[in-house]
Design a protein around this ligand. Structure first.
Ligand SMILES: C[S@@+](CC[C@H](N)C(=O)[O-])C[C@H]1O[C@@H](n2cnc3c(N)ncnc32)[C@H](O)[C@@H]1O
Length: 278
């Protein structure tokens, strides 16, 4: 696999485009483990974001019924079309953040890190069964951070409101060519059962996390304008606001929902909960 990758690189005299996050996996074991973690069978349709030179795509195509691979770099698409003749892989040229995704039930990718956040939020809008994704380590740690942790953020809250998320492997820089400046990690995401999923109002979460170290009461006063209300109206209701004295970074998704319901019941949050995340 490694030999094939480098022979393609030399053949096409390919210079990786750093702004597109082109760091190719060169360790077959990591690819093998991730394909295994996806628990693929003929019944599965896999979405891969950023197939690059096809090292992961090739393994996915052997195990899944169908693979869709979205790639932004037309050089990669051209090379993949010349070098491989996969019967069950459909290449889609475009920006994975912008193009409409086909139906899939699993996602396996070595993500371009600059689009980790929009891709993750877009994934959580879709119905899927399992995703095995490589992220920058620091991003992966934020995804799994628990309320009260140093790096618990809007991302942690929004992801954990919808999915179970586990960091299953750390990957050093030497596993990629060219060598990136950051470490990486494999994360497995599984949507929570439907009745446990929490749809949170995106505006409220943004408003709160603008002031993540403040108390809830204080954060809401400071961000009242983001909720379409004013400081004075919010102040009048603070005495019975749930979790008012907690710090924002200590809030679980359930607690944010308590706050949301209270604000809505008192006419301080007009917007309906958003279906998806951005
Ligand atoms: C980290 S590389 C992974 C390549 C390959 N899957 C591997 O593991 O070696 C990321 C790939 O995503 C592509 N890419 C970057 N931005 C993209 C975007 N917005 N939409 C789709 N693909 C993108 C890059 O061109 C690159 O091929």
């Amino acid at each position: 696999m490694r030999d094939r990758l480098f022979s393609i690189i030399y053949k096409y005299n390919l210079r990786p485009n750093r702004t597109l996050g082109q760091n190719f996996l060169i360790v077959p074991d990591i690819i093998e483990r991730n394909v295994k973690r996806a628990e693929l069978s003929e019944k599965d349709t896999v979405l891969e974001i950023g197939p690059g030179l096809g090292v992961l795509t090739d393994e996915l195509s052997k195990k899944a019924g169908k693979v869709y691979a979205i790639e932004a770099d037309s050089r990669m698409i051209e090379i993949l079309q010349r070098e491989y003749s996969w019967p069950n892989v459909e290449l889609i040229k475009g920006d994975a953040v912008k193009v409409e995704w086909p139906e899939f039930n699993k996602m396996v990718s070595n993500l371009p890190y600059q689009i980790s956040s929009p891709v993750t939020f877009k994934l959580l809008k879709h119905e899927f069964e399992r995703a095995v994704l490589i992220y920058q380590l620091e991003f992966a740690e934020r995804m799994i951070a628990k309320p009260g942790d140093r790096n618990y953020s809007r991302l942690s809250l929004m992801v954990q409101a919808k999915a179970n998320v586990e960091l299953v492997e750390r990957i050093g820089r030497g596993a990629f060519w060219p060598r990136p400046k950051v470490d990486s990690a494999v994360v497995v995401l599984e949507p929570k059962p439907e009745k446990e999923r929490i749809e949170l109002n995106e505006n409220l979460v943004k408003a709160l996390f603008q002031h993540r170290r403040s108390t809830v009461a204080s954060a809401l006063k400071k961000s009242a304008h983001m909720l379409g209300t004013d400081k004075k109206s919010i102040k009048d209701y603070l005495s019975s606001l749930p979790h008012a004295e907690k710090r924002v970074f200590q809030l679980s998704p359930e607690e944010v929902l308590d706050i949301e319901v209270y604000l809505r019941d008192n006419g301080l949050l007009s917007q309906k909960p958003e279906k998806g995340l951005n």
